[in-house]
Design a protein around this ligand. Structure first.
Ligand code: 523
Length: 136
């Protein structure tokens, strides 16, 4: 089994918590839609290491990787996607491979899910993400 690991990157802003979303630039089917940034782990690569590597490559940030979100998504027979909470230790996110980046609160996130602006596979995380964004 191969894994795609995505990061739920949070920041504190004026007493509210925000989540980083990244807009995919490829493939055609999902270009323009927003996702939790991440990518495929190499065979045998520790999943936290894989997420740190992907976010450094894609966003030029160094993150601390935390616990996993509850839901996992089967993308294909041989490919499962999961997400981990993450916090920026160094750097400001830049869209190296993405079309754009944005920070959202729970209302924005839920609205984007309703209007089909998220990568479909990522919709499974919206309830847990929104709950944490509201609680924090
Ligand atoms: N997803 C997805 N949501 C999400 C990510 C990071 C990835 O649905 N938040 C899917 C999209 C692709 C697969 O996972 O089907 C691999 O993601 P990708 O392309 O971001 O990972 P890479 O860059 O490691 O893989 P390659 O493009 O194959 O190099």
């Amino acid at each position: 089994m191969r894994y795609v690991v995505a990061g739920a990157v949070l920041r504190e802003r004026g007493g509210t918590t925000e989540l980083l979303l990244a807009q995919r630039s490829y493939p055609e089917a999902v270009a323009g839609l927003w996702e939790l940034p991440g990518g495929k782990a190499e065979d045998g690569e520790d999943l936290a290491d894989a997420l740190r590597r992907e976010l450094l490559e894609e966003l030029e940030i160094t993150v601390e990787v935390g616990a996993g979100l509850a839901e996992r998504v089967v993308l294909r027979d041989d490919l499962t996607m999961l997400a981990r909470w993450a916090r920026i230790l160094r750097g400001t996110p830049h869209a190296v491979e993405h079309r754009g980046l944005r920070w959202v609160g729970p209302d924005d996130l839920e609205r984007m899910a309703r209007t089909g602006e998220l990568v479909p596979a990522d919709e499974v995380w919206v309830p847990e993400l929104a709950a944490v964004l509201r609680d924090d």
